[in-house]
Design a protein around this ligand. Structure first.
Ligand code: ZN
Length: 287
């Protein structure tokens, strides 16, 4: 499933094509994805100009000059493909399978000048909604989302307030989208390892310096992944293959049994299961 850094990379990849572009026609090849499309969607979007692409957690935001904003989620297998006139090429893919089947091209933006932006989603867990740009935070998809982990909202005081008094394990707290929005399993494991916090620590037990370290670690793991994604995206334009998941070196995720990469630590990366999901961590340096 695409995580926040991948969605941000998609936003950056699409922005040069979509920012300011006129959508001559929006073509829907079915009536729904995970949810039914909003009524009259094609008519409300066709003929409108895109303002500046945004992102909230794992949602891509496409604001239009009509005063409404498209809220797009890639789901499990969604990808956005940019095709310019005379050349077909995928700018942002989230699939190991390079093959793109046209029957999964569910939503197509026809832009002025002949560029097409295609939302392809084989498993159809993606979603597309259209809501008023004003009070966008109140849209159903966004209204219960917690702090945005990239940007100024996540700072030590805010995180302290979020975690205070909570007995849930840190791993669960960071995965709770109502507290911090957009952190997935991989980045939670990485951020906890970097900040040397055990994943089963009660959330309310963190000390001030641990919270500061965690805020830095969350920002760093996301920023590094976005940077890696950006370079993958640039390389990709010269190659003929799938972007796939980032070829990003995770320190603990999926590294069960390997030596802990923390400087000076002699521990081993372990895998445990919390709430049905794998947790990768080191018992020596994460306390
Ligand atoms: Zn360690």
């Amino acid at each position: 499933m695409p995580e926040l850094p991948e969605v941000e990379t998609v936003r950056r990849g699409l922005a040069p094509h979509l920012d300011g572009a006129l959508i001559e026609a929006l073509v829907l090849n079915r009536a729904d994805l995970r949810f039914p499309f909003p009524p009259d969607l094609a008519r409300r979007v066709s003929g409108r100009r895109v303002l500046t692409l945004g992102r909230r957690a794992k949602y891509l935001l496409i604001p239009l000059d009509s005063g409404e904003t498209l809220i797009l989620h890639l789901g499990m297998s969604g990808r956005m493909i940019v095709e310019r006139r005379g050349e077909a090429g995928a700018l942002a893919e989230f699939h190991h399978d390079v093959t793109r089947l046209p029957q999964h091209d569910h939503v197509i933006f026809h832009l002025e000048g002949g560029t097409r932006v295609v939302f392809n989603d084989p498993r159809r867990f993606g979603s597309l909604d259209l809501r008023p740009s004003e009070n966008l935070d109140q849209a159903p998809a966004l209204s219960s989302l917690g702090l945005e982990p990239l940007g100024n909202a996540l700072h030590p005081e805010a995180l302290t307030a979020l975690l205070a008094g909570r007995r849930m394990p840190m791993k669960a707290a960071l995965l709770d989208q109502r507290l911090i929005a957009g952190l997935g399993n991989i980045y939670v494991c990485e951020a906890l390892h970097r900040s040397r916090i055990a994943p089963d620590r009660p959330a309310g037990s963190l000390k001030g310096r641990e919270i500061e370290a965690l805020v830095v670690a969350i920002r760093d793991v996301l920023a590094e992944a976005i940077e890696a994604g950006g370079s993958t995206l640039r390389d990709f334009r010269h190659e003929d293959g799938s972007l796939g998941y980032f070829q990003h070196a995770f320190r603990v995720y999926d590294r069960e049994g390997e030596p802990c990469p923390a400087p000076g630590c002699r521990g081993i990366v372990r895998r445990t299961v919390q709430s049905g999901r794998s947790t990768f961590h080191c018992r020596e340096c994460q306390r």
